[in-house]
Write a protein that binds this ligand. Sequence first.
Ligand SMILES: Cc1ncc(COP(=O)(O)O)c(C=O)c1O
Length: 370
Amino acid sequence: MFAMTESVSADLYDVLFPATGSPFPARLLERTRFDRWAGFPSGRAALAYALRDAGLGPDDEVLTPSYSDLSVDRVVESVATPIHVDVGTGYTMDLDRAEERITDRTRAIVPTHLFGEPCDMERVAELAAEHDLAVIEDAAHALGAMHVNGAIGEYSDYCLFSFRFTKEATIYKGGLLLGADPARMAPPQSDLRTVAALCGVAVGETAMRSLPGPVYSALRSTVLDPYFRTSAGFLDDVTPRRFTDRQHAMLAAQFRELSSAVETRRRHAERYRRGLVDAIERPPAAEDHAYFRYPIQVPRSRREPMANALQRRGIGCSKSYSYVLGPPGECPNAYRASGRVINLPIHARLDAEQVERVIGTVNEVWAGFD
Ligand SMILES: Cc1ncc(COP(=O)(O)O)c(C=O)c1O
């Protein structure tokens, strides 16, 4: 047993969220039904732990998103057999497709609230109950949405958060796993690849994607995959650990601002929704979202020049994600998004004027292509 044997009421409050005067820790605790938690060096380590803890092995199938961070896929792959499910009209798993992919080997589902867009967890819970699946909720992008919207992990067996530097609350790198069933808690096995190796895969993959398709495929199967599969020596990184005092303080300070940050980002998203020209595809306008990377879609041929033009004009944007995790033919929506997404800045520290500037610039750049 690891740190997950500690009780939430004592430890989450006192250790992870020391006296801050903020309503956030108390409200977090009120909303969680979990009685186990653990800190990790990263969200991916937390995911690896959860998969192991749920008793999954290589023959077990895990329904996992076809559109998400590469690290998620690599972790699932290192423990079990990922079954990639397409996204629906937005950026979360299409749960009808998920149901179609269930076989008698399916043991778990990893719903992800991508970019802060909530996945329909009630439906996930129905599927899980019907088919006896463990639910490992990837809330790496959704701390704010879950905090503001309601119950945390209400429908899952495990719920993980990431505190990486790209996330809503950060301690540079870190992860948190909440879990509900003490009977399932067990030490992680020793054949997981390292977090460092997983990062290496991501960097290598990104670099190699600029190569022509056949060269990329050959290099990936002969060099990258075998290398990272066998470099599984260092396991310290996937074990639970306590956060330092400084990390507690950093998290507490960021959590204090979380509610207002989500409100501000929702206002920014609403401005984008109304202000961008109609031809630019916006994400579904779910009221309970907390987009923290605002994903628009433009035609494939325009994405690269448009992102470059925006960057030249001082608009920091990214193209997350430009890959599909499953076979593209089986995941048409993910494939479509992977060639079309541009993430606009939506940080809570942007003021209204800056958001208007982003809108004006995006519309102008778009018009320049017509
Ligand atoms: C959706 C999602 N889940 C999980 C992770 C893993 O979190 P971490 O980067 O903290 O390992 C990431 C990556 O950043 C992510 O984007």
